[in-house]
Design a protein around this ligand. Structure first.
Ligand code: HEM
Length: 471
C-alpha cells in the first residue's frame, strides 16, 4: 500500500523513509547481523552504549533497527515518534526489560511497575511530591549547601562529582527520612552501590531473576547486600510508624497517603520499602550528576559563568538564597537546563511494545524494544544549532516555546514523567546558587573528562577542580 505523509504525524514526506519489509512487518533500516557479531567494531564497547547509538543514528538516521538474539530493537531519533510511544500510543507499551530487571532491587516501586499498579502508586505518592509540600525542604537544601561551601578551602583540590554526591546524599537523608547522614543512611548508600556494581553483571545473565538463589559468588554478594538494605529500610519504616508523628519528610507522607480515588487503602510495609529505595536511587545520583557536569561547563565557559555570577550578586545581594528567590534566579535555571541538555543525567529511556505497533511508516512486531536517548536527541544539530556549544540563552521562554516538546526531555514525559522534577529543580537551583555565590571552581588542567553512561550519566574519572573565592 503506498504510504502518504499522513503516516508520519507532524513530519516529512514518508517517501524519504527507508523501509525493510520482512514477514509482513515494515522495519527501519539497520544492522544486518545480530549485534554480538559486531563485537570487534569500534562502536561496540560493553559499558558504553552511547557509541552504538551514535553509530546507528549517524548511519541510519531517525529510526534504526538491530537485533540481539531473537529480540528486535529500534533506536528512535525522531521526536514525533517518541511522542507516539510516550503519549499517543502509550497504552501499547510497557517499561522495557532492563528496567524490569531492576525489580530485583526496586521491587514493585514507581519506576518498575506498569498499568493499574503504577497508576495507583502514582496517585498515592503524588501528594508527597506536590510543589507546596516540597517547598518546606528549600531551607534545609540551602543549609546543607552553605555548610559545604564553608568547608571548601581556596586552592585545595576537590572532586566536584563526589562533593555533589555527598551533598545530595545529605539532602535525600533529610527530605526522605528526616535524618542526618547516620550510619544507617551510609549503609543504604553503600548497599545500593554494591548492588549497582553487580547490576551490570546481573543483567548480562539471561534470566538472572530466575537464578538469584544459586550459590554463585556475584549473586551471593547481591543477596547479602539486598538483605542488609532491606533490614535498614524496614527498620526506618518501623521507627517512623512507631513514632506516629508526621516529621514532614517524604516517608512520613508516604505512610499517611491514601488512594483517595479508590478504596482509600495505603501502602504496605513491602510497598513502602520498594518506594523508599526507588526514590533514594532516582533522586540522589541524578541531581548530583546534573550539578557536577554544570561545574565543569561553567569552568569551560567564562561568558555564561560571569552572567550567572552577576545574577547571583544582583538578586541575592550577598545573603543566602531562599525559596522566594527561585522566580528571580532565571539565568541560574537556564544554566542548569542547558547543562542537562548536554549531559542529561537520565541519558536514555526504553519501552517495549505489548502488541504490533505502527510508528510512522513502520510496523513493528509485539515485543519490540524501543530506545530513545536524551543524550543523542538533545545534541542533534537538527534541533539545537551548533549543538556542542554551551549556551544557556537557548532556554529563554521565547526560544523554549518555539521547540517541539520531544527535542528536550531530561525528565521524560507524559504519565511517567519524573515525579521528582519540581524537587530536582528546586534542589539544583538552590545548591548551585549557594555555592556559586561564594566560589568559582577551576578545572585541574590535563585531566580526562569522559562520560560514563551507567543508569545515570556519570563522569568516568570524576571532575577534579580547584575552588577560588569570588569575593
Ligand atoms: C536532575 C534530576 C532528575 C532527572 C534528570 C530525572 C529523570 C527522570 C526521568 C527521565 C524519568 C522517567 C523515566 C521513564 O519514563 O522511563 C524519571 C522518573 C522518576 N523519577 Fe526522576 N529525575 C531526577 C530527579 C528525581 C528526584 C529528585 C526524584 C525523587 C526525589 C525522582 C524520582 C523519580 C521517580 C520516582 C520516577 C518514576 C516515576 C514513574 O514512573 O511514575 N527523580 N526521572
Amino acid at each position: 500500500m503506498p504510504l502518504t505523509s499522513q503516516d508520519i504525524p507532524g513530519t516529512v514526506d514518508s517517501s524519504l523513509w527507508k523501509i525493510e519489509e520482512r514477514n509482513g512487518y515494515r522495519f527501519p533500516p539497520g544492522l544486518k547481523l545480530n549485534l554480538p557479531m559486531y563485537m570487534s567494531r569500534r562502536f561496540f564497547r560493553v559499558g558504553n552504549p552511547i557509541l552504538l547509538f551514535e553509530h546507528l543514528a549517524a548511519t541510519y538516521g531517525k529510526m534504526a533497527h538491530y537485533r540481539v538474539g531473537p529480540s528486535h530493537i529500534v533506536l528512535v531519533n525522531e521526536p514525533e515518534f517518541i511522542r507516539e510511544i510516550l503519549v499517543n500510543q502509550a497504552h501499547n507499551f510497557i517499561k522495557e526489560r532492563t528496567q524490569k530487571r531492576m525489580k530485583i532491587l526496586l521491587g514493585e516501586g514507581l519506576i518498575t511497575s506498569d498499568g493499574e499498579a503504577h497508576k495507583r502508586q502514582r496517585r498515592i505518592a503524588a501528594p508527597a511530591f506536590h510543589r507546596q509540600r516540597i517547598q518546606a525542604y528549600g531551607s534545609l537544601m540551602v543549609d546543607r549547601a552553605a555548610a559545604m561551601r564553608n568547608s571548601w578551602q581556596p586552592g585545595a583540590e576537590i572532586d566536584a562529582s563526589s562533593e555533589m554526591m555527598r551533598l545530595s546524599l545529605q539532602i535525600v537523608a533529610r527530605t526522605l527520612f528526616a535524618q542526618e547522614v547516620t550510619p544507617a543512611i551510609e549503609s543504604i548508600n553503600h548497599e545500593v552501590n554494591v548492588i549497582m556494581k553487580l547490576y551490570n553483571f546481573l543483567i548480562a545473565l539471561p534470566r538472572a531473576e530466575d537464578y538469584l538463589h544459586l550459590p554463585i559468588p556475584g549473586l551471593m554478594r547481591f543477596r547479602r547486600a539486598r538483605k542488609r538494605l532491606d533490614h535498614v529500610v524496614h527498620r526506618m519504616i518501623a521507627d517512623h510508624r512507631a513514632s506516629g508523628v508526621d516529621s514532614g519528610d517524604l516517608l512520613s507522607m508516604l505512610i499517611r497517603s491514601r488512594d483517595e480515588e479508590n478504596d482509600r487503602s495505603g501502602m504496605s510495609n513491602e510497598q513502602l520499602r520498594d518506594q523508599v529505595i526507588t526514590i533514594f536511587l532516582a533522586g540522589y545520583e541524578t541531581v548530583a550528576n546534573a550539578l557536577a557536569w554544570t561545574w565543569m561547563l561553567l569552568a569551560q565557559n567564562p561568558g555564561p559563568e560571569a552572567t550567572l555570577h552577576a545574577e547571583l550578586d544582583q538578586v541575592l545581594g550577598g545573603r543566602l538564597p531562599a525559596l522566594e528567590d527561585l522566580p528571580q534566579l532565571r539565568y541560574t535555571e537556564m544554566v542548569l537546563a542547558e547543562s542537562m541538555r548536554l549531559y542529561p543525567p537520565a541519558w536514555a529511556m526504553g519501552r517495549q511494545a505489548t502488541t504490533d505497533v505502527h510508528i510512522g511508516p513502520y510496523l513493528l512486531p509485539a515485543g519490540t524494544y524501543f530506545f530513545f536517548s536524551q543524550y543523542l536527541i538533545q545534541r542533534s544539530p537538527d534541533h539545537f544549532p551548533d549543538p556542542l556549544r554551551f549556551d544557556p540563552e537557548r532556554f529563554t521562554p521565547e526560544r523554549k516555546a518555539r521547540r517541539s516538546r520531544f527535542v528536550y526531555f531530561p525528565f521524560g514525559a507524559s504519565s511517567r514523567q519524573c515525579i521528582g522534577e519540581a524537587f530536582a529543580w528546586m534542589e539544583s537551583i538552590l545548591v548551585l546558587a549557594t555555592l556559586a555565590q561564594k566560589w568559582r571552581l577551576r578545572l585541574v588542567p590535563g585531566q580526562q573528562l569522559e562520560v560514563q553512561p551507567k543508569i545515570t550519566l556519570r563522569p568516568r574519572y570524576g571532575i577534579r577542580m580547584i575552588p577560588e573565592a569570588r569575593h
